[in-house]
Design a protein around this ligand. Structure first.
Ligand SMILES: [Zn+2]
Length: 176
């Protein structure tokens, strides 16, 4: 375990450990998985060493879970859906929920938290793109083609499952 990586020296230690056969876990502050690549390259790490040492990158956010005691369905207009980047044709009949607030959740409408996440698996194609210093927008596109679920998608899945609210997901993820 290497705690938070903030500088070149720590990044290099983590990468050297991984290159010499150790299983290394570490954390970096970034908005999403593709930003992590840029963070390492900007710290002066050689892309070839970076991809050789790396298996995958995961990003996660915590979101609040709707209180089961005061959970109720809510409706969003086509306009509100569009503002959240959701296609009304697809979402207008979807069931959204919110907590109204009750004694069990001290009026917050939420009880507990859960994680939404995205995982970038380093395929050969993604590795080659990192070595070639391709822009993150291209890496994102290829990752999507290869079946990656993005943070936003993970959040929308939690909305569909009635676990959390649209507002909560809008607070912790960005629209593309
Ligand atoms: Zn409640």
């Amino acid at each position: 375990m290497v705690g938070e990586i903030r500088d070149q020296e720590t990044a290099q230690i983590a990468i050297n450990s991984a290159l010499t056969g150790h299983l290394v876990f570490t954390t970096v502050h970034a908005n999403n998985v593709t930003d992590v690549i840029g963070r390492f390259i900007n710290m002066g790490v050689e892309p070839y060493n970076f991809v050789s040492a790396l298996n995958c990158i995961m990003a996660q956010r915590l979101v609040r879970i709707i209180c089961p005691h005061c959970k109720k369905p809510v409706h969003y207009s086509a306009q509100e859906l569009r503002e959240s980047g959701l296609n009304p044709d697809e979402w207008i009949d979807a069931a959204f929920y919110e907590g109204g607030g009750c004694i069990e959740c001290s009026g917050t409408g939420f009880h507990g938290r859960t994680a939404i996440s995205e995982l970038l698996d380093l395929s050969d194609r993604v590795r080659e793109m990192i070595i070639a210093r391709r822009p993150t927008s291209e890496i994102k596109r290829v990752a999507r083609e290869e079946g990656m679920t993005f943070l936003r998608d993970s959040g929308l899945n939690k909305i569909r499952a009635g676990v959390t609210t649209l507002r909560e997901i809008n607070k912790v993820t960005f629209l593309d």
